[in-house]
Design a protein. Sequence first.
Length: 202
Amino acid sequence: MAQLFLATGNVGKAAEFRRLLDGCGWEIVTAAETGIDVVTMEDADTYEGNARVKALAGAEASGLVTLADDSGIEIEAMGGEPGVRSARYLSDTATYRERFAEIQRRLSGVEPPKRVARFVCVIAIADPRSGLIRTAEAEVRGMVAYEARGEGGFGYDPIFWLPQQSMTMAELPERQKDIISHRGRAVAVARQILRELRYERR
């Protein structure tokens, strides 16, 4: 079975991708398993730009078809921030607890209708043989919760409120999150790209 390299050092994200890609026809290998440390500057202005850079760097370092993503939360009342800088909001070393506190400070007094937010995920898949990079994008809309809730997920999941489910992303059971989340939806598209790549590489 051909190997698919996940170009991420985020343990939570790698575990989620492994779960979402189960049965995709590729053997999933991670940076931790291979010892390949892909370090890139995520300084593009778009999620796609960052995802493409990471996927290409991973493909060059590993020699394997590589999947990478860039994702973020966009809060309407904050003009779309943190956006592509979600993972580095405030600073590269800030904790998510600190980021949540700053977001709540900025949204102080903002009523629910204006606490609208969306999660965005762009996946890039790079093939070292052809040099081609293909992308998949998805989003999920919700609101910023008044407080962090839930122990599941990672990143901004505890403050991303899903009105239809009446819970945060971090409170969702894994199976339900995989269907609803921005990453789950993007992977559904990416799985088709991976099927096409398997056929092309026979």
